[in-house]
Design a protein. Structure first.
Ligand SMILES: Nc1nc2c(ncn2[C@@H]2O[C@H](COP(=O)(O)OP(=O)(O)OP(=O)(O)O)[C@@H](O)[C@H]2O)c(=O)[nH]1
Ligand SMILES: [Mg+2]
Length: 211
């Protein structure tokens, strides 16, 4: 499966978190389709009976893919409030975490920030690399990079002691998804600790994507 794995026994767990409708399942399916070079039908609409992508996740989805040198298990957690209590069980086992927000839904930011802060302050995630995705950048209403960094306090103590990156992406179109996961998987070390080389842009942990 895939052309990106020279992995012999190297394993990684990627745990995807975020509120309902932020695009976690779309992101998981997108990266898996890119890695396996399969086409994803992005013209589907919510409610399409055959499109499991667009159904709110019950519990969690689990995907297996060999990518970027690791036999990777992706945990796509349900984002509805009733499933969020399961997040801590799964992120405690994470090699890396992806936290996704719906960048086009500013009304969800306060709740997303509360959960993001909880995850980052949990001792269980203290050294875990985190990729923060501002999803739905294909929409005109998607928040600006700087707005999100400020609102979620991404350039501060919550993030500075760990490999951390924030990117604007579109899981729907695939914009920056491959790039995002390539960075994330480069943060994995055999012992699950910090990477030998921490990618930085200038003096910042952040890289602004031109969209
Ligand atoms: N415009 C746009 N829509 C997106 C994007 N990513 C996901 N969506 C849409 O957002 C809706 C929710 O996507 P899901 O991937 O199911 O969201 P989720 O985070 O898995 O939701 P839960 O399983 O309920 O937690 C769907 O209608 C997707 O088509 C994106 O990048 N751009
Ligand atoms: Mg889902």
């Amino acid at each position: 499966m895939g052309n990106f794995c020279g992995c012999i026994g190297k394993k990684a767990n990627v745990v995807i978190l975020g509120l309902q409708n932020s695009g976690k399942t779309t992101t998981m399916t997108r990266i898996m389709s890119i890695v396996t070079r399969q086409e994803l039908d992005v013209s589907s609409h919510p409610g399409h009976p055959d499109d499991s992508l667009l159904t709110p996740t019950i519990g969690q989805n689990i995907g297996h893919i060999s990518m970027f040198g690791y036999k990777t298990t992706i945990f796509d957690m349900g984002g509805q409030s009733s499933y969020r209590k399961q997040w801590s069980v799964q992120y405690a086992t994470a090699t890396t975490i992806v936290f996704i927000i719906d960048g086009a839904d500013a009304s969800s930011f306060a709740e997303a920030r509360r959960h993001f802060t909880q995850v980052m302050q949990d001792e269980a995630t203290a050294n875990t690399p985190v990729l923060f995705l501002i999803n739905k950048c294909d929409l005109d209403t998607c928040a600006r990079f700087e707005t999100v960094v400020e609102y979620f306090s991404l350039d501060g103590p919550l993030t500075h002691h760990r490999p951390f990156r924030v990117l604007r992406v579109s899981a729907l179109t695939g914009h920056s998804i491959y790039y995002a996961f390539r960075w994330l998987m480069a943060q994995v070390t055999p012992k699950g600790g910090r990477p030998a080389r921490h990618i930085r842009v200038g003096s910042s942990n952040f890289e602004k994507m031109i969209v």
